[in-house]
Design a binder for this molecule. Structure first.
Ligand SMILES: [Mn+2]
Length: 315
């Protein structure tokens, strides 16, 4: 069997999916993100006969690649991002095996799928992913965390979260995935503690820069991310620092802007749905969860989509 696995390589949830699949399936791993999933899928060629895709938003535009791959490989999708119901139906009919539950993080779903092979120790890693992805209340995550030393798990999880915020290099992400696949403790993975502290310091500096650089319009704050700063992190800090309901940050990348939207805990609007709709309307794409989503649009459309997002959320 030749297995190829594509995971969301940017965060703890995705890397934990990779760590689990490395243990139970082995094979080759591609650490992708929402932006380059199309490139990742193009890499899947014979003799690969089994493909796993985890923690990545499967968009309608990727369907043709899955149709191509299905001719020579079994496809398994384990995910917690919303997929359009029509696409879900078509892929299922094509024979793609899909486990999609939006109530838990992806690594908890992978854990649940392979728990017999993974063993009890894997629960600890599943907990890190749930904590880091903020899916602790998930119906599968909740009983896992219920028997755990909660603070111990939380601290280990957030060391990983912050270390990955600080270092998004492919070498570091692969190392984290490999060490997690050996069930190592995050604080024992070389560099994790130091990188986590650097990330806290960086977050502090960003918070200090927000009052002079953000625009507040009603319930929304907007700010451009600079340097290597992640847009998701900045959006959270906009809410944290300014007390708005929604933080939106954006960053130029070639001919596009990548945007991250984050919402406060009790937000009623569904940012993933709004992102999907407006992403398409402005010649890009978007999607995600209720309180955390992303959009990619051509550079020229930034102001227009920001205006409409602000208007939509403030209406
Ligand atoms: Mn996730």
């Amino acid at each position: 069997m030749t297995t190829f696995t594509i995971i969301h390589g940017d965060d703890v949830d995705g890397l934990t999916c990779g760590a689990f699949l490395k243990r139970v399936k082995g094979g080759e791993f591609y650490l992708a993100n929402y932006d380059n999933l199309d490139n990742a899928l193009e890499k899947v060629q014979p003799p690969v006969d089994t493909l796993y895709i985890c923690d990545l938003n499967i968009r309608d535009e990727l369907e043709h690649e899955l149709v191509r791959i299905k001719k020579f490989a079994n496809i398994n999708i384990i995910d917690h991002h919303q997929m359009s119901p029509e696409l879900l139906k078509r892929l299922t009919k094509l024979g793609v095996k899909i486990r999609l539950e939006t109530t838990d993080c992806a690594a908890v779903l992978v854990y649940d799928t392979f728990k017999n092979e993974l063993g009890r120790e894997a629960r600890r890693l599943a907990a890190y992913a749930a904590i880091s992805d903020m899916f602790e209340e998930g119906p599968l995550a909740d009983p896992i965390l219920g028997k755990m030393d909660r603070k111990f798990a939380q601290h280990e999880a957030q060391l990983l979260t912050h270390a990955l915020t600080n270092d998004q290099s492919i070498d570091f992400k692969r190392r984290v995935m490999d060490e997690l696949s050996k069930y190592n403790y995050p604080h024992r993975i070389e560099g994790v503690v130091e990188k986590a502290i650097q990330s806290l310091e960086e977050m502090t500096r960003i918070k200090e820069s927000i009052p002079d650089n953000a625009r507040i319009i009603g319930r929304v704050a907007l700010m451009e991310a600079s340097g290597d700063n992640s847009t998701g992190g900045l959006s959270n800090l906009l809410i944290d620092t300014l007390g708005v309901d929604v933080g939106i940050s954006y960053k130029a990348n070639d001919h596009y802007y990548n945007m991250s939207l984050r919402g406060e805990k009790d937000l009623e609007e569904h940012l993933g749905d709004i992102s999907k709709e407006l992403g398409l309307k402005y010649d890009g794409f978007g999607g995600g969860h209720q309180r955390a989503s992303g959009i990619k649009v051509p550079k020229a459309n930034l102001e227009a989509i920001l205006d409409e997002l602000v208007e939509r959320i403030n209406q």
